[in-house]
Design a binder for this molecule. Structure first.
Ligand SMILES: NC(=O)c1ccc[n+]([C@@H]2O[C@H](COP(=O)([O-])OP(=O)(O)OC[C@H]3O[C@@H](n4cnc5c(N)ncnc54)[C@H](O)[C@@H]3O)[C@@H](O)[C@H]2O)c1
Ligand SMILES: [Zn+2]
Length: 375
């Protein structure tokens, strides 16, 4: 950020101020600290939040190779446990490896785990923290955009079962979340883009200003310019924090987070979680939801077009041309958003506004899928 400093008559570069968002959940609210360079300040941030002195860091070999030196400098002498990440390692064996290390090091109830990694490390480490000695503290230091704007906040932790995703889990809110926007500079472009679709979700359902901000700064975002990235991350986190505070266990308001996820999860399932990154599937899912909205006369075609244009500009997305409407409907029926036989469906009603309905029928879903390009 460039600014003119009148006293010295020099152009000086001012760092963006760091930001703090409070997640107001009982019994203990927690802070999300956001600032470029926060990884280097991790020790001070943990001390400031009163996190116990006995700390154990959990990360993945990939993340540790890139950010390990900086993390070790910020937390000298901290024991480190590395477990592989990526969706195929999100299982109980990874949790078990963390337990083994904790038991061997005689880690007690007062200790805290620090999870440095993407959503997989966060979910696995969080689940270990939720269950080891019936629960110890967890601090999330997310390193993917998806984890920074979504999975690190809200307390959902867990692993996959061979027969289904996220079937084993718990609610375990973190003690603290520390977000350093500089960490995503090393993220592959496709992973970064996948996170951006979740940002678009927040914009489309809850904030026109966020939606417009992303649209204005696609180029700078992909360059990982921290001055552009930080406010986008901060607003996304504020929206998620607000939703979580109103509905910690996902019975009502938290459903808004599922915008684009009904068709998105269906798409991931029928392609066996191989073709799409989660965010990419949500990109298509949002297009389907927008078509449902337009079909019902609840969303203006111009707002659907604005969403489609933004999603296309962030693209490319893997193709859906070979995927059928019938198999999508089948997969969507099986998704867990069906409660008592009714599908809870989040509709955007304009850019930045939404509502939840439970009367979306198969016929209108089929028509929406066809308009998005499913066979
Ligand atoms: N708990 C929740 O509320 C919640 C919400 C959304 C998603 N999730 C979960 O999050 C998981 C997906 O998370 P993800 O997309 O972060 O995947 P991920 O953790 O597998 O990370 C993706 C890839 O990026 C690499 N990586 C991570 N940080 C990096 C960095 N800074 N530089 C370079 N490479 C880096 C990882 O090694 C990995 O290969 C899914 O399992 C999903 O279920 C959980
Ligand atoms: Zn998602």
């Amino acid at each position: 950020m460039l600014s003119y400093h009148p006293l010295s008559a020099h152009i000086v570069v001012l760092p963006l101020p760091s930001e703090q968002i409070l997640v107001q959940v009982p019994p203990r609210p927690y802070a999300v600290e956001i600032g470029a360079g926060h990884l280097a300040r991790l020790g001070a941030l943990l001390d400031g939040a009163g996190v116990g002195r006995r700390r154990v860091l959990v990360s993945s070999p990939t993340v540790w190779r890139i950010h390990g030196d900086a993390a070790a400098a910020a937390l000298p002498d901290i024991p480190v446990i590395l477990v592989p990440d990526g969706e195929r390692h999100k299982h109980l064996q990874s949790v078990s490896r963390i337990y083994d290390a904790l038991v061997k090091q005689q880690i007690d109830r007062g200790a805290a785990l620090v999870g440095l990694g993407g959503g997989v490390i966060g979910d696995v480490t969080g689940f270990a923290a939720a269950t080891y000695l019936r629960g110890i503290d967890i601090v999330h230091v997310p390193t993917t955009l998806l984890a920074q704007v979504d999975s690190a906040i809200g307390g959902k932790v867990g692993v996959n079962h061979p027969l289904g995703k996220n079937l084993i889990g718990a609610f375990h809110q973190p003690r603290l979340v520390v977000i350093d926007p500089l960490l995503v500079a090393s993220l592959p472009r496709r992973e970064f883009r996948a996170g951006l679709y979740e940002v678009v979700k927040y914009g489309m359902t809850s904030s026109r200003s966020l939606f417009d901000r992303v649209g204005r700064s696609v180029k700078e975002l992909f360059k990982r310019d921290p001055d552009v990235l930080q406010p986008v991350i901060a607003e996304s986190c504020a929206i998620k924090a607000d939703v979580v505070a109103r509905d910690e266990r996902e019975s009502g308001p938290r459903r808004v987070l599922n915008f684009g996820h009904t068709a998105g999860h269906g798409l991931e399932a029928i392609t066996k979680y191989k073709r799409f990154r989660h965010g990419e599937a949500v990109g298509y899912g949002m297009l389907v939801a927008a078509e449902v909205g337009v079909g019902r006369g609840q969303l203006a075609p111009s707002d659907r077009d604005a969403l489609a244009t933004l999603i296309r500009r962030l693209g490319p997305l893997p193709s859906i041309a070979d995927l059928g409407i019938a198999e999508m409907l089948e997969a969507m029926r099986r998704d867990k958003k069906v409660v008592d036989g009714r599908l809870h469906y989040v509709l955007a009603t304009s850019v930045g506004e939404h509502k939840v309905v439970d009367d979306v029928g198969e016929q209108e879903l089929a028509e929406a899928l066809a308009r998005v390009g499913f066979r």
